[in-house]
Ligand binder design. Sequence first.
Ligand SMILES: Cc1ncc(C[n+]2csc(CCOP(=O)(O)OP(=O)(O)O)c2C)c(N)n1
Ligand SMILES: [Mg+2]
Length: 355
Amino acid sequence: MARVLPAESDLRRVIGDGETVPDGEVEGLSEEDLLELHRRLVLLRTYDERSVVYHRQGRIGTYAIFWGHEAMQVGGTYALEDADWIFPSYRESAIGLLRGMPVSTVLSWWRGHPSGWWNPADWNVASICVPIGTHVPHAAGLAWGKKLRGERSCAIAFFGDGATSEGAFHEGANFAAVMRAPVVLFCNNNQWAISTPLSAQTAAETLADKAAGYGIPGVRVDGGDVLAVHEATREAVDRARAGEGPTLIEAVTYRCAPHATADDPTAYIDLGRVEEERGRECVGRYEAYLRRLGLLSDEAAEAVRADAAQLMRDGVAAAEAEPPADPLLLFAHAFADPPASFESDLAELRRVLGG
Ligand SMILES: Cc1ncc(C[n+]2csc(CCOP(=O)(O)OP(=O)(O)O)c2C)c(N)n1
Ligand SMILES: [Mg+2]
């Protein structure tokens, strides 16, 4: 039965604990890269923490918190080139920021405003996928298309532990494996699917074990270790580009925030475990690593946080400055062949709206 204990020892790790477990290093990452990883972690952490506040202030709608998931998103995407495609779930809603997408765009998405929907080809970031796992076949198909065209780019799909029980995950993984599509299947195993624990999700020993059924490699990595995630994803990307097909990465972490702002996990979670995991969160672990290397001072860390906070202030101001959306937009592009009643329904709506 799948059950992951705190600080499980067989997970791939680079960052030590500052005491008995020594620090490793990742080949090919310069000091600039290490500091850029830090900037990105802080950007996402700040985005997430501010978004919870904006939700409480009634400025964005229900919000899926990703506190503690930043290392997976930053480490995974840092292995990509800009031409590579990212397929996020709602848990990675702000991943476009790592490609330079404006904060206001993502906040607008959570405000349900049309300016929150972007053209995926502008950023090579697909729409945020809310149905569980349905973007896995999309990522596999896009990657296969890239291969057919002889392009070198690949795709990465982020999904949760719960998604591995969905038909769409199976179809996407199987298709990608058979077609040797250049795609990385990145599972954020935070051990909860809302209130369903991992132990009730699967009878497999690990989620990475599922890869064997598709004939592809399955890799387990500490999802709170940005460097280990980066290294594992880079290897998967190299495999993809070399024509060797997909890799399933199981990044193990623990969801130590509510599923979303609408959730009350105290009804089902062990709060002691949550506290323990919060103490091992990924941004603090990475900052401690950089300090041990002598690469991060208090002033530098504060400057990075201040920049991120300013981006958020500007972003929420820009999102709130958007003019209210036209309700008729709801129907634009909805039908190729509108039903017979559509014209009269629309005319009625226009009359009600006074337009
Ligand atoms: C197809 C589908 N079924 C059910 C839901 C309702 N739902 C929303 S989040 C969620 C849990 C998903 O858990 P997991 O895949 O582990 O991702 P996490 O939220 O932990 O990142 C479910 C079942 C949905 N969005 N889509
Ligand atoms: Mg989960």
